[in-house]
Unconditional design. Structure first.
Length: 89
């Protein structure tokens, strides 16, 4: 039994091959993750550009409605800040 354990010990070459195999797996996984993140960022940027373009067109078609919406949003944000400032005092 003791002899078989000593005979089956991995050599330095075996360990080196296993380390290289694990390194290749990790490198491939990291590369795939980076590619996926770049693809997602590009898709997000394209979507944001499309939305900005659509917003410009909507504002040009309905400038008064856009101004009214912005006025309402400004009023709500101002009210929120006033409310929060009053609570701190």
């Amino acid at each position: 039994m003791a002899n078989s354990v000593l005979e089956n010990q991995p050599t330095v070459d075996d360990i080196y091959r296993e380390v290289n195999r694990i390194k290749a797996i990790v490198t491939d996984a990291v590369d795939e993750g980076v590619k996926t993140a770049i693809r997602a960022a590009k898709q997000g940027r394209d979507t944001a550009e499309d939305m900005a373009h659509d917003a410009r067109i909507a504002i040009k078609r309905n400038p008064l409605q856009a101004a009214g919406v912005l006025l309402g949003i400004g009023f709500l944000v101002g009210s929120l800040f006033t409310f929060l400032a009053a609570r701190r005092s």
